[in-house]
Design a protein around this ligand. Structure first.
Ligand code: FES
Length: 257
């Protein structure tokens, strides 16, 4: 792996991406609209969206670096650090958690020996838990190098990892031009936090309020549904399901007569 990694040369990357980037720009009435596909084009060649790629995309589209970086950082589809050859992004949102993602994600982490935003020592796998992938009907699910994998089970995870290690998995590995570091966690924030963020110890926790996976909320519901029942939200259906729907339907019927 190291021989290939030592050959990273952004001029060569640019030579490959530039014709495609120029073609993409012609497809849109405003060239700034080509930003996402151009970032994908760089990632397809390098395996990640490097600072040089962001600078170049900005220059081609007349966009400041801040716009390029804030766009790239919005999506978990872009890897802004060198990552493993297989980027594993299991969903940690509500439908997946209800259908077993808490267990399957823990199993996957255990098999890899890494945690959220980390890469295995051999540079083969990176692991990042992401929010809803819009495949809730096939939960729990994940993306592997942005391709969907549905209905995860421990057995399916074992088969997948074995195929990736053997080089026979049907999703191609990412190119890898730089050896990934173990972690790409964001360090502690040097500035004071806003009042809403003061109790959030981990800046990598997008959910905030210390409930990184939503599991605390679900456990609270399972333990003590009472306080939730008064909320005007369908969240309570997790607990009482059909009984609440039927009661509400009965109330509507009575009020109509
Ligand atoms: S909650 Fe996992 S795909 Fe929607």
């Amino acid at each position: 792996m190291n021989g290939a990694l030592e050959r990273r040369d952004f001029h060569e990357v640019l030579r490959q991406v530039k014709p495609e980037a120029e073609r993409l720009i012609t497809l849109y009435p405003e060239k700034r609209s080509a930003l996402l596909p151009i970032l994908h084009a760089f990632q397809n060649v390098e395996g990640w969206v490097s600072p040089e790629a962001m600078d170049t995309a900005g220059e081609m589209l007349d966009l400041p670096r801040s716009v390029v970086e804030s766009t790239a950082s919005f999506y978990s589809l872009f890897f802004r650090r060198p990552v493993g050859k297989y980027m594993l992004q299991p969903c940690r949102n509500l439908s997946c958690i209800i259908n077993g993602a808490y267990e399957t994600n823990a199993y996957l982490r255990g098999q890899l020996g890494v945690g959220h935003l980390e890469t295995t020592e051999d540079g083969l796998f990176s692991y990042e838990e992401v929010e809803c992938l819009a495949a809730c009907d096939r939960a729990p699910c994940m993306q592997v190098n942005l391709e969907f994998v549905y209905d995860l089970t421990p057995q399916k995870i074992d088969e997948m990892l074995a195929a990736m290690r053997a080089g026979t998995y049907d999703v191609a590995p990412l190119p890898q031009t730089v050896k990934p570091a173990r972690s790409w966690h964001v360090g502690p924030e040097p500035m004071g936090k806003s009042p809403g963020a003061r109790d959030v110890p981990d800046p990598n926790d997008p959910g905030g309020l210390g409930d990184r996976t939503g599991v605390a909320m679900l456990e609270r519901l399972a333990r003590d549904p009472e306080p939730i029942r008064v909320r005007p939200t369908r969240e309570r259906l997790v607990v009482d399901g059909d009984a609440i729907l039927e009661a509400e339907a009965g109330e509507v019927e009575r009020s109509e007569h």
